[in-house]
Design a protein around this ligand. Sequence first.
Ligand SMILES: [Zn+2]
Length: 240
Amino acid sequence: MKSENKNNTMPLCQPERPIPAPPMLRFSPTAWAKLLFLRDQGDTEVTGFAIAAAEDLLLVEDICLVPQTCMSASVAMDDQAVADFFDEQVDRGLKPGQFARIWVHTHPGNWSQPSSIDEETFWRVFGRTDWAVMFILARGGQNYARLQFHVGPGGDMDIPISVDYRRPFAASNHQAWKEEYLAGVHQEVLVMPREVNAAGSLAKQGHAVPFGADADWFDWQMELFGDPDDFQEFQHAVKP
Ligand SMILES: [Zn+2]
C-alpha cells in the first residue's frame, strides 16, 4: 500500500488540464502599420472593422474603413455602407466572426478609454452578437481592448494586445491606404457658436454639429448672455 501512495505524486487539488492562456488581441504587422497610418492621416477619429484570420478570430490581418463622418471626438458610420461592407465580405467567402466582431477606432488625443458614445455605439451595433471586441488606439499610443460576451451569463474582460511577427506578412501600401482613407473618411468641420445661425441650418440638414450649435442654442445663448453682441464681447474677453 505504501509504495502505491509514493508513486501518486500529483496532489488531489491540482487540475488535470492546464489553464488556457487568457485571450489576447493580436495584429499582423501589416494591419498594425495600416491602423497607425490611418490614425495619423487627420485630426479626427477614424473607425473601421478588423478582418480576422479564419482559424484565429483574435488575430487581426486587416483594417477596413467604411464611409464615415468624422469629428475630433466622435465618428459616425454610414449604416448603408456598413451593410454593403458586410455583403462584400460574405461575397469574399468570409464568415461574420472574421469581419463583424472587432470594432476598431482611434482617438486623436492621449485618452484611449471609451466614451459614453463609444459604449452606446458598441452596444447598438454589436450587442446582439455572441461576442465582440472594442479596440481603441489613441494618437499618443495608449490603447484599450475589451472582449465582451453576449451569450450565456455574458461578461466582459479587458484584454492585452500585441503585434504578432511570427507569421508571414505583407508589405505596407501607403498609396492604397491613403486612397481608402480619402474614399471613406469625410471630415465634418465643427461649427463654432459664433456661427450659430449657420450651425442651426446645418443641423436641420442633418449635419453633425457640436452640442449647443443647433437652432435651440441661439435661444440658450440669449438666455445666458443676452444680446448676441454682448456674447461676442464675452468671447473676446475669454480668448487667451
Ligand atoms: Zn471613442
